[in-house]
Write a protein that binds this ligand. Sequence first.
Ligand SMILES: Nc1ncnc2c1ncn2[C@@H]1O[C@H](COP(=O)(O)OP(=O)(O)OP(=O)(O)O)[C@@H](O)[C@H]1O
Ligand SMILES: [Mg+2]
Length: 1017
Amino acid sequence: MESALTARDRVGVQDFVLLENYTSEAAFIENLRKRFKENLIYTYISSVLVSVNPYKDLEIYTKNHMERYRGVNFYEVSPHIYATSDNSYRSMRTERRDQCILISGESGAGKTEASKKILQYYAVTCPASDQVQTVKDRLLQSNPVLEAFGNAKTLRNDNSSRFGKYMDIQFDFKGAPVGGHIINYLLEKSRVVHQNHGERNFHIFYQLIEGGEEDLLRRLGLERNPQHYQYLVKGNCPKVSSINDRSDWKQVRKALTVIGFSEDEVEELMNIISSVLHLGNMQYGGDDGGSACITSDTQIKYLSRLLGVSGTVLTEALTHRKIIAKGEELMSPLNIEQASAARDALSKAVYGRTFTWLVNKINGSLAYTDESNKNSSVIGLLDIYGFEVFQYNSFEQFCINYCNEKLQQLFIELTLKSEQEEYEAEGITWEPVQYFNNKIICDLVEEKFKGIISILDEECLRPGDASDITFLEKLEDTVGSHPHFVTHKLADTKTRKLMGREEFRLLHYAGDVNYNVNGFLDKNNDLLYRNLKEVMCMSENKILTQCFDREELTDKKRPDTAATQFKSSLAKLMEILMSKEPSYVRCIKPNDSKQAGRFDEVLIRHQVKYLGLMENLRVRRAGFAYRRRYEIFLQRYKSLCPDTWPNWQGKLPEGVSTLVKHLGYKPEEYKMGRSKIFIRFPKTLFATEDALETRKQSLATKLQAGWKGYTQKTKYQKLRRSAIRIEAWWRGILARRRAQRRRKASDTIRRFIRGFIYRHQERCPQNEYFLDYVRYAFLMNLHRNAPKNVLDKSWPTPPPALTEASEHLRKMCMQNMVWTYCKKISPEWKHQMEQKTVASELFKDKKDNYPQSVPKLFVSTRLSTKMAQLEGQHQYAVPVTKYDRNGYRARPRQLLLTGDSIVIVEEGKMKQRIEYGALKGISVSSLSDGVFVLHVPSTDNKQKGDVVLQSDHVIETLTKVAICGEKADNVNINQGSITFALSQGKEGVIDFTPGSELLVAKAKNGHLAVVSTQTSG
Ligand SMILES: Nc1ncnc2c1ncn2[C@@H]1O[C@H](COP(=O)(O)OP(=O)(O)OP(=O)(O)O)[C@@H](O)[C@H]1O
Ligand SMILES: [Mg+2]
């Protein structure tokens, strides 16, 4: 129910008890309709299951579904036939009390399907062993067999059960199904000989004809065409699209084998079935006296063989009636009509008794034989015809509806009784429930001497001209005043219009039904002429010998009429059911056209009424809508009260009491029993349920938050731990690295110090590192600070070990620089350098103004361009001052160097030419003056003595002269004075003195005095 509570807003209510407007039929039907539309075919009325036939296969009967319902509390899952099955099973197991499940509803409402589902549920979910498996198989296989022989296509149902069935399933102490027992009720035998239009005979006839093997059919004298058999064509509908007779035959044959039928038994059974068909085809003719005779022998021949009786005897029995008059047996011929009736009676009797035999045979195979196990329990399944109201209602409907009255009676007694017992057990004051007790109708039908059945029996038995009409009159006389009985004669004018003269009306609990009395007496008598019984008793067919007992013939007591038999079997059934705890399945048919999804409200309202569902609901609701054991109630709702949440420590009733007070229940809304709380109105419960729903949300949020917090915290802690671990590792790595570096550094320092100490010793382990380092450092230093040009003479000081190498390197470095320098040098520069080299060799450290000349480049001419042109071809030209030999007067001249001589020119006019070959030497002072003397041989007449010249570029001029004249070795650098030759053997002297100012003049001593400064040159 709890699941019903939570789901109630979605598709109606799952339990009608929770319907607020429980007295409204419209609300009831609306709830059914809503659910049906959503394929929710099951709804409870408390423990009663209401099932609406979906007329389509729903995916709700799988093994998974079975598992879902197995061992689960009835009210925790949505309504289902499996929940009902499981509930009964568990009650049987836990309370050790026999159970029964009563399935009712009108034809086609799904009773048989429901009973099969229950059986399948037990077969699948109950524990099993090999032996149990056989029983399970037999239990399951009994269905197709019984359906073949007892079901037929009717207008209402293509597989309508034409008998009532009660089946006990026995379970051992472990809960495994170990046996079964079936009781059948009132097979509709009349169908064997007659079917209404659109209906068929029992399935087995068609199955045999369609599916029977050729051989078998030949033996049975049958043709594979149902149209050939009178008994099969009455309804003009031998073929039904929804039925496959051929495959059903195979299934039935297999089922018969599983149940334990031998081949012979099957053969004999089929002999009987086919004999019925042959009986139906028997043709009668009349002789002159109107007596019937059989016109064709064929059937008799077959019948004699199939039934194992003499053909002649059978023929006679079928056309005569044995009368015992005054102790004498007489054979009275029958007219055609009588003979046909006798034949039909025989067919019905043969078939009916064979059906009973079949049930017994199945019972034999299902019987639980283990006598040692007395502890077995039982679940009974009652699949019995529901209330029937047709246009024309006959004896069968009378019996069926009587049966339903009895079941309603049982239901009222059991339901009210159990309700009452519950209140008593719980110590709650019983409040009487207003309901219609149909006992009065049951009595009307069954009361001894005064009831309808008694009156019917009386009419059947009494001598004289009893007929259906006299029976009706008798009824009027005897029960005419009964409030639930009306006939045409007794009725008011309004009712009379709706009734035939041959009808009586019973006001059943479920509605009024008019019964036509025609055929009541015959059907009740169910008469089979004695001589036909005798023939059957002589049969060699083993099944028939069991069906027709010879004792029957000798027994003087008249057998009970059909109605009485039915009454007693019902009484027995009631006894059986009363001894068990009942569960109810009320089946409803949604429409008359076997269509899925069609909800015919009129039809359903009718069924709701005659199934007594509103009554049922009212009874249930008269007391309390909801009751639940304290522990379950508290467990479910404890979260709604701070005192009971999360756990109630005290006694359960006090906990529940605290809880409901907290919820604000008013005293009239609930009662506290001994072990249960009873809540009167659904709205109270819904309010609680709504509160729970809200609470669940907030609890869920809280739980979610808590959980999220917890998971986040755990995650965070994990992250934190991981981070710390990584940090620690990393720190460790760093520290180790640092330590390693320090160790390395200290090692290095130590090695350095040690190396330093041992640095002067031979290479040894103590100093090798140091030495290597010093070498390395030197080389690196050299690499960084090596001289960059040839003039840079710096060189790092090498360690002692590298002195030699350093020297090599230094040379290599210098060579390399020189080589690089030389490679870069131009020819002009080379020439310049060569001249500079010569100058250096000549004057370095010898003449004072040499250093000043070094940075000045030598040029090829120092004359103005114009003058140089005048001088013509020369290699060098420079202005000079010539001091003549006589007064040392200074005369400006130009000195030119040609390829072979020195030429002194004055303004373009050659004054003197000295060939290089004639140049003896060149003299110059060591001071910084520019005076020099070109010595020529005194023997050369062309010359007038040595030439005294002065050049401002004396170093350059003399170097050029020395180079051109190849006179490098002839340059003399003189200290103090130079003596030079004058013409005619005279000599002149030049005195050189350092001074502050350049001065060249004739001194008093006749010498040429040259005072030179430091800067000139
Ligand atoms: N639960 C169900 N699911 C699907 N189809 C169903 C279900 N119940 C019944 N039916 C359909 O309805 C048909 C009639 O059902 P069933 O034979 O059980 O009716 P019944 O109440 O036993 O009728 P009768 O009183 O005539 O024997 C079935 O053959 C089947 O087609
Ligand atoms: Mg049925």
